[in-house]
Design a protein around this ligand. Sequence first.
Ligand code: NOJ
Length: 755
Amino acid sequence: MSKTAVLLFILLSATAVTVPAAESEATVKARVDKLLSQMTLDEKIGQLAQVGGLAFLPDAPKPEEAIRKGQAGSILWVSDAARINKLQKMAMEETRLKIPLIFGLDVIHGYRTIFPMPLAMAASWDMGMIERVQAVAAREARASGISWTFAPMVDIARDPRWGRLVEGAGEDPYLGAAVARAQVRGFQGTDVSSPDRMLACAKHFAGYGAADGGRDYDSAYIPEEQMWNVYLPPFQAAREAGVATFMAAYMDLNDVPATGNRFLLQDVLRKAWKFDGFVVSDAFSVRDLTTHGFARDAKDAAFRAFTAGVNMDMASGVYQAHLAALVKEGKVPTATIDAAVRPILAAKFRLGLFEHPYVDEARAQRMVGAAEHRKAAREAAQRSAVLLRNEGGALPLAKDPAKTIAVIGPLGDAKRDLLTMWSGFDLDPSKTVTIVEGIRGKGARVEFAQGVQIAKTYSSMFDQMVGGPQPKAWTPEQADAEFRKAVELANRADVVVLAMGELALMSAELASQSSLEFPGRQRELMEAVAATGKPVVLVMVNGRPLNLVWASRHIPAILEVWHPGTEGGNAVADLLFGDANPGGKLPVSWPRDAGQIPIYYAHNLTHQPETAAGFQSRYWDQPSKPLYPFGHGLSYSKFAVSNLRLAAEAVKLGGTLEVMADVENTSSRDGDEVVQLYIHQKAGKASRPVRQLKGFERVALKASEKKTVRFTLGKAELSYWSGQDRAWIEETESFDLWVGTDSDARLHAGFRVVP
Ligand code: NOJ
């Protein structure tokens, strides 16, 4: 455990509020039965409604009114402790049965202390860290009255044009599953009645990351083989980790909207996985079944979503308006209403909301943004950074107060843009440490020039809602003058740190883009600054891979820090000066440009792989490989992985195989290496991917230290879902195995699965 982790642990244990021990499941069931027996149909339907605290639609019910009438089981988009207490008081004092509300919010990477964006945290390959920071997020949020987060977002995404890549764990189901488990553990802990924990929600169920063209909300067409082998495993992992709730996605999956999709909500979730928690729709997605051209009208939408298995209607008010009539007409049996309400009430009992409906506002004040939380955020940002290139040891920079460091670029002194869209609708970005501030904090002499202004061509509703005040656009003359100023600054500086990439709202919901080029004139500025001949380091602040082909040839050091969160600037400075050593690895293959999309390492072999003799299939205009492979990331230390050994050459069906390799820090600087294990099944009932990640470990190594890393391959790692058998199968076949430090790992061995 790191120092921060220990401190956090002590803090978490020391200040915990005492609550009664968690209810036993039998007690919860008895309490649910009793309460349900007292409820009218309208009261039951009220529990199935989640009401928005921000009025998006002119005709949306105001939460106060809905609460008083018993027409709200949950409230979303309210984040302030005082307002939460006020609304809760209405539920507890002005309704007949005094059923507390659950307040839900998108606490996806922090509540007030904002951690790196989720994709960045996946890039840490550090599951312990992810669990710890999501526990901090839960702690801040629950203290403020939010007992349900709409996270983890576990959608596999292989198209970086899709804006919501930023919210997930990238392209790989194995890494995605590990990250999903860590997040669920972090949010929920072992007892959600604890004042430091909250319910988690695995979203968006399922296949949302495969939207056509990377256009948000667009249809996804995913064959069942790919569904089970690629898109579902992180959800299944969340389920196995005990996630309390699921959220149905917006888009059509194979022509059926996920919110009305019985394959997803019944066959997979309830039957195959035996999920007994509750499902919430996405915002307005029940109503929007009509817009999709799936439901005839709002009543039909209520019928289809409800009977498909959506327990709670998020914000659209359609259940509230139509479910009672559907029951009266005999189309929806009361028993199914009861079945839908049960897990919602059970969750409220488990959370302890009936006993502790209110929060202590003073405690909430003390809790949010606590120094220990910021420390955790700084460490998380350090550990999430990926050093993509470091020619000639350009990094770390020497600490020399006599030298001038020029920070140049639109992200250099940005606060809001070090966070993401999902950083709270009412967030105060002034608490964010910018890159300039971080570097200055190291005692360095810093000058800053923005150089270019960047903006989206088309804005979305989120720009108005959470974008904050927009800077006035520069005139063309101003733009030229600012550009020149930046190049002049580079000329007089000793070192240049380019801080370039994307604004926060260029990623996330409603923020897809067609190209991977740097927005605005950033690339032009990058070239002009490089032409000065000064040592240049590129710090990337962005939510998705951008085209780095030119930079990867001309800028000696490229440090990917993503949207690094509240402590981003401090963490960047730690990394630039070597007070922290980068150890993150890409959770996505980094395309050369948008023309390569989709590109992912776990593709199948063709009949003529490029590596074989003969007429290989490839792009004739550029390499077929991505610019940086999945799993890539450098360090200021040097490592060697060697001595791969398998406990046996063959493993029996259903048995386990131990794999070991040594990893050595061959440098004089302490650092971390992520050792990764990939396999390939060479034949079988289906073509299997050329490589699949099946093990990894982030290992901390002191200078010259050597450790042995151990992996276990078992049934879970060696099976896949076969379209022929329509089942998970493990086959008696030969496998290749590689261990190394990215998905091009070279250390190779073979083994067989035998009867
Ligand atoms: C819509 C988004 O798709 C979902 O991820 C989010 O949780 C809800 N809105 C609530 O904010």
